[in-house]
Write a protein of this length. Sequence first.
Length: 118
Amino acid sequence: MGQRSVDFLISRLRSNPEYTEQLKEDPIPTLEKLAREIKQANPPLPASHDKFTYRLAVSALAIVVLVVVGCVSMVFVSSMLYDKPVLASLTFPDILVAIGSTALGALASLLTPFGPHQ
């Protein structure tokens, strides 16, 4: 498990007794100074390196696309089972079409290579 900001703060306080004395005298400015130093030393991950969020987004969009395809397939199969003219009366709710096409477009944009690491 990665270190959290509090862990960095505690390690800074332990490594430098000067910070401990400053913390006793005037805690707010000392903590603000330490927070700035820790933020500069540990910047957040750029979006291109954050694999968990990327995989989560791709998985969620893929599930949405599969659910929409499953719903469309169920409507198609049920219309065939009840001997209705399939193509003439086959209509889908607009919201289903909108959700499916939006999810598919977002999934395509996430999976398309772009930028300097094409």
